[in-house]
Write a protein that binds this ligand. Structure first.
Ligand code: PMV
Length: 324
């Protein structure tokens, strides 16, 4: 599929409503910030926003929204500069600070709605804008999450053999985003219930990778994600499972696992072909590839181990306007 086949966000007058999916990273989180490949998919859990004209700016009726929410502030600054005041309502089915892309989805849905009211925007430009908006709020990060929620489906960053959908430019590097065919598997995600900050985890890994064995680790992350993307493209499930395990070892080595995540991964083992943390780690969630037919057993095991598990499917569509 080429970027041209992904429908642009059309022009609409306010009020405008938009919906964006969350995301789940299969390979390459953290290393992607440093230019290594990543594989992720848009989730079938979403955030909805509605933007209305108003006498004062607010987020979910909070007039201090721009003070309190850096993502809201960043989105208004980049997609609504000098615009008249708007009241924004946001409803999310994605757990917050769980590594499942709630901030990327909020940023993409809000940027799409505001851009629609400013005459519309095509997907590559929205992917760039959503990245700058999220990074503006977090200070660090890659365009993986925002591209996944703008593009939908399975995507690779800096890897894979598909056609380039778009290139996202950061202050010191660029990332190429490609479509990867969905292998059609079910995935199980479980939230540990432990919130954490993406920015803090990303900075800690950056420091870890600046040590003398950093280049070796980054090479290893690159190899695992590159081979993992190829294995997903080929539908080679045993190889995907093996590489998920290897990716988790590397994430443990750079210090972003957590005893609660390790407990969930162990609890999953009898019913999962593989499991690893997903997202920034240090809390947040794990993703597991269930043994086919053992999805329900896997969910039960993860719940008994204290997680909040759910079966997820990739969402084929990325952010979109909700037509009245
Ligand atoms: O935990 P999340 O949803 O914020 O995912 C972060 C993924 C990282 O690779 C750790 C950071 C990034 O911007 O790519």
């Amino acid at each position: 599929m080429s970027a041209l086949e992904l429908p642009p966000i059309p022009a609409r007058a306010l009020p405008v409503s938009a919906e964006a999916p969350g995301k789940c990273i299969v390979f390459g989180e953290h290393a992607v910030v440093h230019g290594a490949p990543e594989l992720l998919f848009a989730l079938d859990l979403s955030v909805q926003v509605i933007v209305r004209p108003s006498g004062a700016v607010s987020l979910n009726t909070d007039r201090e929204g721009t003070e309190r929410n850096p993502y809201f502030r960043s989105a208004l600054a980049r997609s609504w500069s000098d615009g008249p005041p708007v009241a924004v309502r946001a409803v999310s089915r994605i757990p917050k600070s769980a590594g499942l892309g709630s901030s990327a989805a909020f940023v993409a849905a809000l940027s799409a709605a505001l851009s629609a009211a400013r005459g519309g925007i095509d997907r590559p430009a929205l992917a760039q804008r959503a990245f700058e908006t999220e990074r503006g709020a977090q200070g660090v990060g890659s365009p993986g999450d925002t591209s996944a929620v703008v593009g939908g489906g399975f995507l690779s960053i800096n890897g894979g053999s598909g056609e380039v959908l778009w290139t996202v430019r950061g202050p010191d590097r660029e990332w190429e985003v490609r479509r990867v065919p969905d292998p059609g598997w079910l995935w199980v995600v479980a939230h540990s219930g432990i919130p954490r900050s993406t920015g803090t985890a990303v900075r800690a890994v950056g420091e870890r990778l600046a040590r003398s064995d950093g280049p070796r680790l980054l090479e290893e992350f690159t190899r695992v994600a590159r081979d993992g993307i190829r294995a997903v493209e080929q539908g080679d499930r045993p190889r995907v499972a093996e590489l998920i395990g290897r990716n988790q070892e590397l994430l443990r080595e750079v210090g972003v696992s957590h005893p609660r995540l390790e407990a969930l991964i162990s609890a999953a083992a009898p019913a999962a072909e593989a499991a690893k943390l997903t997202g920034a780690g240090a809390g947040g969630s794990i993703v597991a590839l269930p043994v086919p037919g053992k999805e329900v057993e896997l969910v039960r095991r993860l719940a008994r181990a204290g997680g909040l598990p759910f079966v997820v499917r990739p969402s084929a569509t990325g952010v979109r306007l909700i037509e009245p």
